[in-house]
Design a protein around this ligand. Structure first.
Ligand SMILES: [Zn+2]
Length: 282
């Protein structure tokens, strides 16, 4: 079972859990109000987070969603707070409200290519037979950017999009120099082959680099990244995007050029990132 962690007086998070694709959930605690980030992938995930917050005498006032994917929103009804969401997240939730999540419906959607096996399998594992998903309408809808004042702490929520999901938004807490990136830097999974595209990724990185942050949360990473770790991840993404463009998505030449640039042999992550860019270039 995941245990609540605290990185400063104001910031708590529940670590991710790969087995059923639970993302990191977080609470930003101001002097007057608390913002929760993401609802979790089930009522039990949301409840686990809320119970642990309660042990620290923390309760939320608002919930913000980083994007529409099931693992970030299925706990919404359990959270019972006013929900802040980007207009495209809102629109996707309206679509999902019409769907059923029992095996036969999930399997049918996988067959039709609307759902992907990766999510369908994790949904089955996480939810067991409890597939009665109630998705409330988000309450506060924004288009570009919204600032939430928690008292002594500000949360800047900004839509950034990207390959992973067109509605991705990030949350920046300037007083703590912390940036919550949701899944925006991950690949597009809703495709035949998981992929990154050069232009979208470079645009996204350009936007993210403007934030003066020291701690970076990617929702399915085990722990937050330091500035050094995050910069090296961005360097890898930028370098791969560059080489993908330069060599027209030619996998072997990208691999050998990158090994030369980095002056080391490539690891599993490097090869995975290269694979996604090559897939996106086809
Ligand atoms: Zn996602």
């Amino acid at each position: 079972m995941q245990k609540l962690k605290q990185i400063s007086n104001n910031i708590f998070y529940l670590p991710s859990y790969q087995e059923t694709d639970r993302p990191i959930l977080a609470a930003i605690v101001g002097e007057e109000r608390t913002l929760l980030i993401d609802a979790g992938n089930s009522s039990s995930h949301a409840k686990l987070f809320q119970d642990q917050l309660e042990e620290h005498n923390i309760s939320g006032d608002w919930l913000v969603l980083t994007h529409w994917h099931w693992d970030h929103i299925f706990g919404m009804s359990e959270v019972q707070l006013p929900i802040i969401a980007h207009s495209m997240t809102h629109d996707k939730i309206k679509e999902l409200q019409e769907l059923s999540w029992e095996d036969r419906f999930l399997d049918q959607r996988v067959k039709e290519g609307i759902e992907i096996p990766f999510c369908a399998d994790a949904i089955k594992k996480e939810l067991g037979s409890q597939r009665d998903i109630f998705l409330p309408n988000p309450d506060l809808i924004f288009e570009t950017r919204i600032e939430v004042n928690l008292g002594g702490r500000t949360c800047v929520i900004e839509h950034v999009g990207g390959d992973h999901s067109h509605d991705s938004s990030i949350i920046y807490i300037p007083e703590d120099k912390v940036l919550f990136l949701g899944d925006c830097l991950y690949a597009n999974l809703y495709a035949k082959e998981w992929n990154y595209t050069v232009e979208k990724m470079l645009n996204l990185i350009h936007r993210i680099e403007k934030y003066d942050a020291e701690t970076f949360f990617l929702s399915h990473h085990d722990a937050p990244l330091t500035q050094i770790e995050f910069r090296s991840f961005l360097t890898l993404l930028k370098c791969t995007a560059d080489l993908t463009k330069k060599y027209g998505g030619g996998r072997e030449v990208i691999i050998s050029e990158m090994a030369k640039r980095f002056q080391r042999s490539l690891n599993e992550l490097d090869l995975e990132i290269i694979g996604y860019f090559v897939n996106g270039f086809k």
